[in-house]
Structure formats: C-alpha cells, structure tokens
Ligand binder design. Structure first.
Ligand code: ADP
Ligand code: MG
Length: 705
C-alpha cells in the first residue's frame, strides 16, 4: 500500500503534521513521537492513560490496515504488549516499510468522525473536500467539494451538502454537534492550504466532532518542494476579429470530393469578399482563384486553411505577411499524431506570436456564425440562425448536433469547434466572441481544460449575464479514481469539474439531449425568478408523475392559496382536486385551460413557473390549447413551459408552441429535469450575489447523477 506521489513531494511525519495543524489553530491530541518502549512509557507519564499507539512510516497510507493503530491502552503492561503486537503485525503486513517511530497520543472520547481533504487538481488548482470520515470513508463516499478560494458562507454550504449532514445537525434524538468548531477547522485548513507552507495535498481523517469542540487525530500532509509556476497573462482579443468582412479559403478546391470544396461551397452565402486560394485552379464555383495569398488584391480578415499539415506553417506565414489577423486551421495532422505534429504547431505559434495573428484550431471543424452567413466547416448541413452559442471540443459532436438541430428547429448564434486550442481556446471564445449580442445561452462540450482557474473566472463572469451550460465527458473516470489509496482522490476529476462548474454558476448537464433541453428553456424564458412551480393538467395520472419528478429535480410545488382556490372554484367542476399539481378534470376543452390561465395571470405573485401538461383527448384541440398557452405566456413574465405529450395528434400544437418560442417537452421527465437544472444554477447565483434565496433546495439531488 505504497502511496505513489510525485518525486518532488514530501510526506510530513505525523508529528510534523500535528505541529502544522496546531500552528493553524486546529486542535490535536496531546502526543509524543517515540522510538522504543522506555520512551513510550515516559511519554504516557506526561500524556496520561488511556493512550493510542500509532506507527509512523512514510510508506504506510492506512495505518489501521497494517495493524499500525492500537487504541485504548490503559497501563504500562498493556503498552509493552501492544508495542510487541504492533511490531509483529507490521513485520507481516508491511515488511518493507520504513518505520520511523511511534506516536503516543491521548485517547479522545468517541464522537462523529469526519474528514477534511485537500488536493491540487491539474486543471483547477487547489480543491478542498469534506465528508464523513473514519476508516469506512470509502464506503460512505459522502463528499462535498469546492475549488479554492472558498468564502466563509460557502463552508456552511459544504457541510450541509453531504448526505450525512443530519448526523451533525442532530438526528433522531441525538444532540446537534458543534458546527462552529467544524467551520473553524475547515476555515483553518483552508488558510493552511493557501499559506506558503507549500502544502500540495492533505488528509485530516478523522476530525472528531463533539457537542462541544472538535479534534483532528490523523493528519497526512504532502508538501511540494517546487514552487508553482504562474500562468502567463492572457492576451486581450479584439471582438471585431469575429466579424470579418473578407475571407480567404486556402486549399479551396473544385473537386467535390475535397474538403476544400465543401468549405468553399459553405462560404458562398457570405456577403463579404470571398477569395479561393489554390495554385492548381483558375476558377472554383464561378469565382476566380488566386495562386497565392499574396496575390489577393484586398485585405483578408480571416484565412481558412485546409491544406496538408506540412504546408500549414508556410501558409500561416503568408497570411501573417498579408496582415491577416485571424486564421482557422481545419487541417489535422498536428499534436494529435505525435512529435512531428507538435513541431509544426510550434512553428505556427511562433509565427502567430511574432505577427499578432490569432489562430483557431488546428484539427478543428471550424466555426459557424449563422447571423453573419459564415460557415467555415465542411459539414453538408448548415445550422439555423438562433440564440444558442455551442462551443465544442469534439468535431464529431458538432456534426451530430447540427444534423439533429435542423429538423428540431433549434438555432444557433455560433457553433465553434475549438480543435487543439493551439492559441485561442474556450476562455477566449467565451470572453471575446463577437456573437455575444445574438447569444442567449451558451453550451460548452468539454473533454479537458488546462487553465481551469481562468476558465472559471470567465464562466463566472458570463453566467451572470447569460446561462452557461456545460457538458463534460469522462464521468466514467470516477471508478478508476476510486481505486486510489488516498482519500484526497475520493472525489475523482469528474466531481472536481462538476464542483467547479457549479461554483462558477454554470449549469452542468449529463447528456447532449439535456444540454439542449435546458438551453431551449433558457433561451426563450430566461432564468426563473424563484422555484415555486404550478402544474396544470387535465390528466390525473400525469399529475401524480409530475409530483414525483418535481421532488426528484428540486422543484417546489406550493399549495394553492385559499383566494386562488376560491376563484378557480367558480368555474372548475366541483370534483377538481384543489391541489398542485392542479387536476382540472379531463372533460373540459382548451377553453377550460384558458380560464385557468387567466386566473393564474391575476395571481402571479403566488408562483414563478407554470408547467402545462396536456395529453391527446377527444375534447381537446391541441392547436387551440397551444394558442391559449401562447397567450398565457404573453400575459405573464413568469416561466411558462409546455408539455404536450403524445404522438401525431399533438404535432400541430407543438408546432404552434415552437413558433411562439415557448419551450415544449414531449415527455414530462425532460420538462422537470430542464426546469430543475436551471433552478440549481439560479439558487447558486442568488446566494453569491447576496439576494434572498427563496427556500431553494440543496443541489444534493444532482450531486452524483
Ligand atoms: P489510519 O487512518 O491511518 O488508519 P488513524 O490515525 O486515522 O489511522 O486511526 C484510525 C482510527 O483510530 C481513527 O479513525 C479513529 O477512529 C481511531 N483513533 C485514532 N487516533 C485516535 C485518538 N487519538 N483518539 C481516539 N481515537 C483515535
Ligand atoms: Mg485516518
């Protein structure tokens, strides 16, 4: 059970660890580091029985597993026997471990065992974790995480978020424990982590919490001997880069089988100047061809490069000489194929840095800015104009999404394939994309992020103005990580990403479908003002399902006020349920829905979200109902969501909703899920901006979905 750690990391011995904790105000037991029995007996004179005996070894991660922890030693004879027993057990279970001595510790009374962990994530830097601890920690896997820096209020959030929180707050007659002492301990560990002690990773497990006070009885602390490099400052970007007036396609071709043909064809609708460049052609699709970039008579605002990788550095140089400020390199054959490709990238970057030219790609699909009629991809399907900016690390996902979005009538303000991110990456696109005005929601598809801290800053900034939805691949890495022997890895990389996204105010989603369900909702309705939802339906069965989904996705269904109920009683059949979900009974048509809507419009203070569920029925004309929902939506500034469920007979209604920009979901679960996701992000934003959070549920439900 040897801990595999970087060579430049040093593990502090238990006594060094305790000293460091004590220095930062975290209570530790009285202790002594000893090497033999006489020293141990002398130590107990000072500490007093009962004591705990522990092995001190840099090679043993879980001391108990190796028989390296013996508790409740009450006298000298027992000490002698315990020491002999421990030596024998270590000899058997960890024969090659270097034993540096033994700790004699004051034995503390039993209490609730918790842990505080810290690790340095390659993408986001320091991450702090908290949860139920002790020797069964891997069994509970009950962890909350935050990326540092963490504010004091957020420490409270971390504590409340774990499933085991009732054990702290008081449960089934058990008294509540000292939360303030716990907060102080976490806060002090954060201070220690942030200090210049060089701590790279730590585990305080357990921290024992009592009705009064807390005490750490195990501390593993890794110190890094190398100082971290500062990340270089990012260069500002001129947003007008993304509003080019002239585009050159280098590698444009007249041969329909070539990528250079498809790109050029897709760019034909571009209203500015379009220049094909190819020494082997004179005319492509009716446009005169230039042999070299230098031959182009005017300026080139954007160069799109689709030539073999080895030729790309030369082309980039030509564009730089021509004064082109932005190039998109579609070609592949770079970093992704190995060293040779990496060399080519270096050459390109050096030219770019010298000239000030910026690069998108290489190895990317290009960009689509539908509002400007710019499409540099070779994808045969062109996305519609709309309000979603979709930025993706996978070209294949873009192709798939675009193909699917057209019949679904989903539109985009931008589709960006980031490729290898040699120069421009997620951060630049988010911060400087010139398409911002047309964008109402951003979807990111992320495989890996390098400069995590800067990424979070920009997401935090953007998500205050418009929703940022994040789909991260690689959740299956959890299993792999869980096998690690260190509790700091209890939360795998994927959980760190999720915690980071949530902290920055982004909305994490777990499938492409979900990403667009949420985006569509936010594009048309914006963030909801609170989490009080009303469900209106004439289908009793769906009312029950709706309650289940509301609970699962953290949506509050408050009871109707007596005033509102009285108003509805005036025209609804006497057997209606007078509850929420509202079952307005299946014998009424669209007219009945309409009267309910009108009443609800007058009682807008009572709710924030209205979900209208309708199923095929002999008395309901779906088109009529859709028109009424549209009218309702216009009359209220609250979130209105359609849920016309069914097949062909409902299609006309669905189409009407779509044309009125009202989100519609063809199954109830998707509707509740989408609403729930937006609420979680919304509650975080409110908390951070100090607004009154209106009883928003904890985001626990989404923790490990
Ligand atoms: P490890 O995690 O390496 O196995 P610990 O030092 O955490 O070893 O000890 C294992 C368990 O022994 C702790 O989870 C705790 O329950 C108990 N324990 C350790 N030290 C003390 C102490 N000083 N007082 C009371 N209980 C202790
Ligand atoms: Mg421990």
């Amino acid at each position: 059970m040897t801990a595999e750690k970087p060579e430049d990391w040093e593990l502090l011995t238990e006594d060094q660890g305790y000293r460091l904790l004590a220095h930062y105000g975290i209570p530790v037991p009285r202790y002594d580091l000893v090497h033999d029995l006489p020293e141990a007996l002398a130590a107990t004179d000072r500490i007093g029985y009962p004591v705990v005996l522990k092995v001190v070894s840099p090679d043993i991660v879980h001391k108990s597993d190796a028989g390296g922890v013996l508790v409740h030693i009450t006298g000298p004879a027992e000490m002698e026997e315990s020491m002999a027993r421990m030596k024998a057990s270590l000899q058997e279970k960890a024969p090659s471990a270097e034993i540096r001595g033994y700790m004699i510790e004051e034995e503390l009374p039993p209490g609730l065992e918790l842990f505080i962990g810290g690790k340095t994530d390659p993408a986001f830097g320091r991450v702090i974790s908290f949860g139920l601890g002790g020797t069964a920690i891997e069994l509970y896997r009950d962890v909350s995480l935050r990326i540092m820096p963490v504010g004091s209020e957020d420490i409270g959030g971390m504590i409340r978020e774990i499933r085991g929180y009732p054990l702290i707050a008081g449960y089934r007659g058990k008294p509540s424990l000292d939360q303030q002492a716990l907060i102080d301990c976490i806060e002090n560990m954060i201070r220690l982590f942030e200090s210049d002690e060089g701590v790279a990773e730590f585990d305080v497990n357990p921290l024992i919490l009592y009705e009064k006070g807390a005490c750490a009885v195990d501390a593993r602390i890794y110190r890094s001997l190398v100082r971290k490099r500062e990340t270089p400052a990012r260069r500002e970007l001129d947003p007008s880069l993304f509003r080019p007036q002239s585009i050159a396609v280098i590698g444009a071709s007249g041969n329909p089988e070539k990528i250079g043909y498809s790109i050029f064809r897709n760019l034909l609708p571009f209203p500015g100047s379009l220049y094909p460049v190819n020494p082997g052609h004179t005319e492509i699709l009716g446009k005169p061809v230039f042999a070299r970039v230098a031959d182009i008579p005017g300026t080139v605002d954007l160069g799109v490069i689709a030539v073999p990788a080895t030729l790309v550095p030369g082309i980039v140089e030509e564009l730089a000489e021509h004064g082109t400020p932005l190039a998109i390199i579609i070609s592949s054959g770079f970093r992704e194929i190995g060293e040779e490709g990496e060399e080519l990238e270096k050459k390109i970057l050096s030219t770019a840095r010298k000239s000030g030219m910026r690069i998108i790609g290489p190895n990317c699909l290009g960009i689509v800015l539908p509002h400007q009629n710019i499409n540099t991809t070779f994808d045969p399907v062109a996305p519609r104009k709309g309000h979603i900016a979709f930025i993706s690390q996978s070209g294949a996902i873009i192709t798939t999404i675009v193909d699917w979005s057209v019949p679904e009538e989903i539109g985009f303000s931008a589709v960006i394939s980031v490729g290898n991110q040699l120069d421009l990456g997620f951060i630049d696109f988010l911060r400087y994309g010139g398409w911002q005005d047309e964008t109402r929601a951003v979807i990111l598809y992320i495989e890996e992020i390098k400069d995590g801290r800067a990424f979070l800053d920009v997401v935090e900034e953007i998500s205050r103005i418009k929703p940022v939805i994040v789909l991260k691949s690689g959740s299956s890495a959890i299993g792999k990580k869980a096998a690690s022997s260190h509790t700091g890895s209890l939360a795998g990389d994927f959980e760190v990403y999720l915690a980071a996204f949530r902290q920055a105010g982004a909305i994490p989603v777990f499938s492409i479908r979900e990403a667009f369900d949420v985006a569509e909702l936010l594009v048309s309705e914006g963030y909801p003002q609170g989490n009080r939802a009303l469900v209106i339906t004439a289908a009793g069965g769906f009312a029950v399902l709706a309650s289940d989904y509301a609970e699962r996705f953290g949506i509050n269904l408050p009871p109707l006020s007596p005033e509102l109920t009285a108003e509805l009683d005036l025209f609804l059949p006497p057997i209606w349920n007078r509850g929420n979900p509202m079952d307005i009974i299946g014998d009424g048509g669209a007219e009945r829905y309409a009267r309910v809507f009108d009443t609800l419009t007058r009682f807008q203070d009572e709710w924030d979200i209205a979900l209208v569920i309708a199923v095929p029925s002999a008395v309901i004309d779906p088109a009529h109902l859709a028109q009424e929902i549209a009218r309702f939506s216009k009359n209220t500034h609250k979130m209105t969501v359609g849920c016309l469920v069914g097949g062909d007979s409902m299609k006309r209604g669905m189409r009407i909703l779509r044309h009125n920009h009202i989100p519609n979901y063809e199954d109830i679960e998707s509707a509740f899920l989408a609403v729930g996701r937006t609420l979680a992000a919304h509650s975080i934003r409110n908390r951070e901006s100090g607004l009154k959070a209106q009883n928003f549920p904890a985001e626990r439900e989404q923790k490990f979905v």
